[in-house]
Write a protein that binds this ligand. Structure first.
Ligand SMILES: [Zn+2]
Length: 67
């Protein structure tokens, strides 16, 4: 309605999406740094469990990790 965000599961067409948070030992860490990790949020389908989008909470932490 206000943006292009996904509102429907591409797999089962369910429109009841939810947001999950992955923290603790599921945190994502920069590969080449000694650093605490950052939490990951997943937009997922509450019907079939399909993960539609995933985001890290602190993306600048991952700059220069491909070099
Ligand atoms: Zn689904």
């Amino acid at each position: 309605m206000t943006n292009s965000a996904v509102t429907e599961c591409p797999r089962c067409k369910c429109t009841e999406l939810g947001l999950g948070k992955q923290g603790g030992y599921g945190n994502v860490h920069p590969v080449n740094k000694m650093s605490i990790g950052t939490e990951v949020e997943h937009k997922l389908c509450t019907n079939c469990g399909f993960i539609i989008e995933s985001y890290v909470k602190n993306p600048p932490k991952f700059k220069n990790t491909l070099k």
